[in-house]
Design a protein around this ligand. Structure first.
Ligand SMILES: Cc1cc2nc3c(=O)[nH]c(=O)nc-3n(C[C@H](O)[C@H](O)[C@H](O)COP(=O)(O)OP(=O)(O)OC[C@H]3O[C@@H](n4cnc5c(N)ncnc54)[C@H](O)[C@@H]3O)c2cc1C
Length: 429
């Protein structure tokens, strides 16, 4: 077992730094007894906790987070949320599956909105639509095919040529793009803080309390440095860090990816960033995500590293390059915050989810879209635990995650595929 069970978060999360300081909940100490113990307070863990409380209000629920709220990957992401999975360009069979996935995505999104309304907190949620942009000819071919799919399926969309893209986002970097109506942007650290701080008082959240070991059958014992928690049911909502406990080692890959936010720009510079709110996803999956942050900042997200983080200085240089290539007129604007975070990748995009043993459950592998997917998977895991409903419709829609080749083929395969894909992605990066 690696010594720290947590992902290697080397730099503080920029989104969290931009908020006012927050007092974390206490560290878990002593012997604690609970009906449910949830390990990990990301979107998945907090949705599971909330739902367990709704369905079983008198039960003791404990949530253990290894770091501080806002410093996990649920605070480190780019803040793109979509209540519908994109269906553009899909075949008829894929369309049927996409419809089902959309229903679950809509449920996850609605659960987040309900939590915001009940908790009365804001996370700068804004419906901005979604832009997919292409900077290369293969990328442009993909955009044309998406536009063709949108036309044939009757989805509202706007095809943008290079000049249209420049008017929208202020950058002449892209050859073309497509803009669809669905798509929200938000401040992820504000969201995860709001979710944690508005948990019902009966749910006890402990922060800076990494779970080091899991023991026993039923009840189970969860150990941290200072506490021993005995619980009838344990949920591992640690995303790829679940591998520390010996689960799904052949089914999940940890990918580190990086983001940076510029310093606040003077009005003349900010005036060059296009319309007031927009978010752009790349035409190639290894490409760079870009979005506006408030009136005067930009965020870029790029780079992928397999299982281990990359050197922070290298990440800063690469992200600065991504920003300045797109906005050469803003070469004097530096990135104020740069940080990395993790996603858990499965080969076919299907999550790992369900019962792991008596009184033990887990959910992991949201790939790059855990904001909504993690929420619905956490919520439905709680449904399954309390009601006994095996959630067949959900499992059928998301499908089973494929096994990943054993080592050393896995590492070798990842490096070969990512080198090939990086060549293909070219200027989309
Ligand atoms: C840079 C970046 C950009 C991204 N952009 C987007 C985006 O725009 N939209 C989107 O939907 N998704 C995005 N993602 C992915 C998204 O952040 C994840 O899918 C999401 O965070 C998964 O939620 P989760 O709750 O399952 O896992 P996590 O958010 O990883 O939460 C798991 C929690 O468990 C804790 N933990 C781990 N081990 C232990 C332990 N042993 N004891 C106690 N606690 C432990 C961790 O500290 C963490 O807080 C991005 C990710 C990154 C890194």
């Amino acid at each position: 077992m690696p010594s720290s069970p947590l992902p290697d978060y080397r730099d503080p999360c920029g989104w969290n730094r931009m908020l006012s300081p927050r007092q974390p909940q206490p560290v878990a100490e002593g012997r604690i007894r609970a009906r449910y113990a949830i390990v990990g307070a990301g979107y998945t863990g907090l949705a599971a906790a909330r739902r367990l409380h709704e369905l079983d209000p008198s039960a003791d629920i404990v949530v253990l987070e290894g770091t501080e709220i806002g410093e996990g990957s649920s605070g480190r992401n780019s803040g793109f949320a979509n209540p519908r999975d994109s269906k553009i360009g899909l075949s008829t069979t894929q369309m049927e599956r996409a419809e089902k996935l959309n229903e679950f995505a809509a449920e996850g999104f609605a659960y987040l909105i309900e939590a915001m309304d009940r908790g009365g907190f804001s996370c700068d949620l804004e419906k901005t639509g979604r832009i997919t942009g292409a900077a290369t000819e293969p990328g442009a071919a993909k955009i044309r095919s998406m536009a063709e799919g949108a036309r044939s399926h009757g989805f509202a969309h706007e095809f943008l040529d290079a000049e249209g893209m420049r008017c929208l986002i202020g950058s002449a970097y892209y050859r073309c793009g497509i803009r669809t109506e669905e798509g929200y942007l938000l401040q992820p650290a504000a969201l995860i803080r709001g979710l944690a701080d508005s948990l019902p008082a009966e749910i006890r959240l402990f922060e800076n309390s990494p779970v080091l070991a899991l023991e026993g059958g039923a009840p189970r014992r969860v150990r941290t440095a200072k506490a021993e928690i005995e619980a009838d049911i344990v949920i591992l909502a640690t995303n790829a860090a679940i591998k520390h406990f010996g689960f799904w080692r052949d089914g999940l890959v940890t990918i580190y990816t990086y983001a940076g936010i510029t310093e606040a720009m003077v009005p003349e510079d900010a005036a060059q960033l296009g319309i007031p709110a927009w978010g752009l996803l790349p035409a190639h999956r290894l490409g760079t995500t870009v979005r506006r942050v408030g009136p005067d900042r930009m965020m870029v997200r790029s780079l992928y590293a397999y299982e281990k983080p990359i050197d922070p200085a290298r990440a800063r240089d690469a992200l600065t390059g991504c920003f300045h290539r797109r906005y050469p007129m803003l070469r004097h604007v530096p990135l104020e915050h740069v940080w990395g975070g993790t996603t858990a990748l499965t080969m076919n995009g299907s999550p790992r989810w369900g019962q792991l043993g008596p009184g033990l459950y887990g959910s992991a592998g949201c790939n790059g879209s855990g904001l909504v997917k993690g929420t619905v998977l956490g919520k439905r895991l709680a449904d399954m635990i309390v009601t006994g409903d095996p959630q067949e419709a959900l499992q059928a829609a998301y499908g089973r995650a494929d096994r990943i080749a054993p080592e050393p083929f896995r590492t070798l395969g990842f490096h070969v595929i990512s080198a090939l894909e990086r060549r293909k992605a070219g200027a989309e990066m």
